[in-house]
Design a protein around this ligand. Structure first.
Ligand code: TYD
Ligand code: MG
Length: 455
């Protein structure tokens, strides 16, 4: 007999409790419990069993053959890179991102570009005609790409067994529904259960499965954190709506590095791979203007040159404004305090606006020096030559600090035709100067920067 009962789930870790509790004993978070209805004691025969015919038994690790991990080349360098060099058999990959960022486009495009593999694209969000329209827009025909509009996991498993695809795409995990749990699609218990079923499917048949997942307002993947533990890889699609480019970041990866980054540009016929990101983040202009400085950055493992733009003006009203895009406002305040205290600039009565060109969000501290240079340049109203790059962190005492992989940053600047690069003097010993033609200027303090630029 099927019986329904109410249970409470932790929104953060998926912990289950028969009654509401304030503090989750699983993860220690407060106020995360929500009520859901589940059905228990259902006829077990209803279950579509996800099993292959092979019997699994324990074997000695020495007997496991050393086959090289096979990876499917997705014919998309950026996605391959983010996954750690291609798609691993049997892996479960969660692709997160805000609505409209391009998750469906990216995965449909991958599916259409791989005619040598049989691909099952399951959509619970769009009709077959809508998907066909998107495919037309991308402009590729592929007979081997099957579109299924279904949300019931039992049906999906049934179709999986008849079609026997090489790759499965689920759009999206929040629309899936398993009859074993009575809650509505998108609820914690549904997400937890359906993701577990998809994982079992991937592992049993060694078929890679992509799960598309929505992102909540605070930036996390909707559903319990446990979802991120269940999958092998989590990648996140980000980007500013107002700019065409999109960034794919690895958050977790059992088969590769998590510091990888893929860059795309949304065009009228789908996403274009950007193999040379610097072209995107440097604005083309002939005459240098004040308030602009270029940083030699590393995002993931890739070097790229990015423009920082500052505008410093006299504050119209009492409290000066500080405003940033693509940069941490607290870090800007810190850098302004350093300028004020260590180099005697009076910026406290000035409005300061800072913008990282292209709207990319930057974490690399090596951008500090370029940020300071652009602020000083705007304040003095003296342009910095667009042939100069910057790469160093700035410390609280106004010292210019060394950054990692300086040789890569210098090489990238040189490759793009920069004539000078300003770095920390503490980075000098890490550099083989005989190999570089670009002029290297080593700085010790913020005052050195000022003198080098304007004295
Ligand atoms: P979509 O893949 O539907 O986003 P998600 O699945 O993450 O919600 O992408 C939607 C946006 O992409 C939509 O605003 C239209 C735009 N787009 C293009 O600019 N070019 C294209 O070729 C396609 C297919 C979509
Ligand atoms: Mg979509």
């Amino acid at each position: 007999m099927a019986k329904s009962k109410t249970v409470f789930f932790c929104k953060n870790c998926g912990n289950e409790s028969p009654k509401w509790i304030g503090k989750c004993p699983g993860c220690g978070e407060w106020n995360t419990y929500v009520e859901e209805t589940v059905v228990t004691g259902k006829d077990q025969k209803l279950r579509t069993t996800i099993t292959s015919n092979e019997v699994v038994k324990p074997i000695s690790i020495a007997e496991i053959s050393n086959t090289k991990e096979e990876r499917i080349d997705l014919r998309n360098q950026e996605l391959n890179r983010v996954l750690g060099g291609g798609l691993v058999a049997g892996s479960l990959i969660l692709v997160g991102g805000e609505p409209g960022i391009g998750k469906s486009t990216l995965l449909l495009q991958i599916a259409l570009r791989l005619p040598q593999y049989k691909i099952l694209y399951v959509s619970g969000e769009e009709s077959q005609t809508q998907i066909k329209m998107r495919a037309n827009r991308i402009g590729i025909e592929n007979k081997n790409c099957f579109i299924l509009t279904e949300t019931d996991t039992q049906e999906i498993v049934r179709h999986f067994k008849t079609i026997q695809p090489d790759i499965v795409i689920i759009d999206s995990i929040q629309t899936l529904h398993t009859p074993h749990v009575e809650a509505t699609a998108g609820s914690i218990s549904q997400i937890r259960e359906t993701a577990a079923e998809m994982n079992k499917l991937a592992k049993t048949f060694q078929t890679p499965i992509f799960l598309i997942g929505h992102i909540t307002k605070d930036g996390g993947i909707a559903g319990p954190k446990i979802l991120e533990h269940m999958v092998d890889t989590v990648v996140q699609f980000e980007g500013d709506r107002h700019y065409g480019f999109r960034i794919l970041r690895t958050i977790k990866n059992r088969f590769g590095s998590t510091s990888e980054l893929g860059i795309f540009e949304m065009q009228s016929n789908g996403l274009r791979e950007i193999s040379n990101p610097s072209e995107l983040f440097l604005s083309q202009r002939e005459e240098p203007v004040s308030g602009v400085a270029i940083a030699s950055m590393i995002e993931g493992l890739r070097p790229m040159l990015i423009e920082t733009q500052a505008l410093v003006s006299t504050a119209a009203y009492g409290t000066p404004q500080r405003s940033v895009t693509g940069f941490d406002i607290r870090r800007l305040n810190m850098l302004l305090a350093v300028l004020e205290k260590r180099a005697g600039f009076r910026l406290s009565s000035k409005d300061v606006f800072l913008n990282i060109a292209g709207g990319i969000r930057v974490d690399d501290p090596a951008i500090d020096l370029a940020v300071l240079a652009s602020i000083l340049s705007s304040n003095e109203d003296v342009p910095i030559s667009s042939r100069i790059a910057f790469a160093a962190e700035v410390g609280l005492s106004g010292e210019i600090r060394a950054v990692n992989r300086i040789d890569v940053r210098i090489a990238e600047a040189e490759k793009l035709g920069f004539e000078k690069i300003m770095i920390s003097k503490y980075n000098l010993k890490a550099i083989d100067k005989s190999k570089t033609k670009i002029q290297i200027i080593a700085l010790a303090s913020v005052n050195d920067l000022y003198n080098e630029l304007f004295a």
